[in-house]
Ligand binder design. Sequence first.
Ligand code: COA
Length: 374
Amino acid sequence: MKGNGDTAGLAGVIAGKTAICAVGENASSLRYRGYDALELAEHGSFEETAYLLLTGALPSRAELARFDARLGAGRSLPSELRRMLEAMPAESHPMDVLRTGCSLLGQLEPEADRSREVDCAIRLVAALPSMLLYWHRYVADGARIETSTDDESIAEQLLHLLHDEAPSDAHRKMLDASLTLYAEHELNASTFTARVIASTMSDLHSAVTGAIGALRGPLHGGANEAAMALIERFSSPEEAAEEVRRMLGRKERIMGFGHRVYRTSDPRNAPSKRMAKRLAAESGDTRLFDVAEAIERVMWEEKRLFANADFYSACIYRYLGIPTKLFTPIFVCARATGWCAHVFEQRADNKLIRPSAEYVGPAPRPYLPLEARG
Ligand code: COA
């Protein structure tokens, strides 16, 4: 539905209340349950944020240790799921792999008891990175990897399983911060999808499976992959600036820019850009970062459009040696925490989400039997 008038795409419509996340559009701020997401990313860990989103409060040291242990225990995959991952075509997009994997986990381990919804979410959040890397390593080098690692965090596990070696502290910390910045973002399209599904009293796996499908599109989470595809086309900042001006002239959309809610900047951009710049300097090859910065400059000069969270995240992931096809799936691994928190919130005060539409079709007309239509 294209929508019309003031509510096209439900822009600006308050579609519900939430205590999980506040997005400040003009001051460009992002808070998870009252805490500044940027502070959480800089000083905390993704696991602390996950705990905060799922339970409502930051954990004590002992609570975090127990939470980490439960996430660690959730990394193993059932044999039926591993067999299914091995059977998926090598050319699949890993977003399809995660969508199907999440759905199958819901069949193998159904959410039978709503009073244990947090346990179900922890298992899902722990299993998604394992699914992704199990499939990736199987198709990339035929390895049947052990996903039950003793890595201390999801960021560490992702990089460890991807590169088959422990990441540096700096790299682990940067992916961790990026996961924190991606963890939650109010009523974005995928979270809204999850809440619509939850509002029918469906199960957690169905809500997350639907959300993965919504995140995949390039106007949403898929923008990080599309942004990298663009950045990589150019060998110099000058070439990038020239071509992006031409693309704008042809009214093409540049993925990784603009936002439905923020008006002047995306608060997640500054820390992401800082990390990307640091990684570029450390790698000794700043071309990719320089090209990205040139695109950012042109977008501001020509359209007053700013880089959103996806633009420099793409650069971070490339410098961390993550293949482009895994960018949006890694976003899934982070956002699954926010989706689950919203499902719980929806359930706690549920009302079926079922808006109305303004009818613009044909006026009432009589049915003509097939014989009469010729
Ligand atoms: N590149 C080029 N032009 C863009 C643009 C972009 N990334 N984002 C918005 N615009 C332009 C549109 O073409 C439109 O121009 P017009 O009025 O001349 O037709 C105008 O800005 C408004 O666009 P619209 O799509 O109506 O705004 P929105 O608030 O609904 O858009 C997004 C929000 C995110 C869908 C949009 O900015 C976009 O498509 N961005 C790229 C995808 C992306 O990065 N998504 C991740 C978001 S976190």
